[in-house]
Write a protein that binds this ligand. Sequence first.
Ligand code: BDR
Ligand code: CA
Length: 307
Amino acid sequence: FKKLLIDVDPGVDDAQAIMVALAAPNVEILGITCCHGNTPLENVCKNTLRILKVCNRLDIPVYRGCAAPLLARKIHASDFHGKDGLGDAPDPDAPGLELLQEEGAVMAMIRTVKENPGEVILVATAPLTNLAVAVKLDPTFPEKLKGLYIMGGNTDSRGNTTVCGEFNFVADPEAAYIVLNQYHCPTYIAPWEFSCRNALPWVRLTKRLFPQALITPHNSFQFENIKEMEGNSGFNSCDTYAMAAAIDDTFVTESEEVAVTVELEGRYTRGMMVLDPVEMLKKQHKVNIMKTVDLEKLKKMLMDSLK
Ligand code: BDR
Ligand code: CA
């Protein structure tokens, strides 16, 4: 069994990633930590509980994390994910926030990893604020992880939030900087352009994929939004790539090992991931940037998650 800790900001693609993890036969989810991001933290917490309720897995502990970035101005992505962060589908039976654990997300992350040294895989699909605070509270936290899988950053200066910046990194550039510079554990990154290049072609999505979903409105909301986005030739569930890679070691078929950092200044480039292939920064630690994946596996994981 792979032991997963998941840090999220649902978010329709976070929801899909969580559902993929719930459906994976080889995964134990030790906890889900919530972070500000696609929508304010209260919505993120509520949405995480909603997803677990629909999937009948409210036994998984959910923790409240950071409500704001370290320094940056707070941003959300309601144009894409809806005002409630999950497609604005009515949900009269949504569970209440009293179901959240009392322990805060960062303390829970540190404790869980301490209790399972060398065994926990951390999957981060939100701004990296919780992870940055965790390493500041416990500098030994990263070395006790088995691996870290991040959806975020970009490789070709094609942004989705600013000209050059991807949402999770732009939403908290300082946190992304801290994580990329202080987490010296095996690290795997699913950047924005990679997920665009590896989108599931529309033609392969049977009409049945979405109507079958228990939380159909979330998916159809994203479906319409993505279709409208220029240059998107397929369904891009970006957070699911980081999750799928964490669950199945054979999912990523090509990756590049390279040192990276994050631009913290710059009118157009703040929050952009910077690659250092010629090693000018003289960094010891390198990350694995995902390049290509097995799309059949992705499709199967998504379909299984809807069953
Ligand atoms: C990332 O930002 C969010 O909108 C998505 O949930 C994903 O984590 C893509 O840039
Ligand atoms: Ca996300």
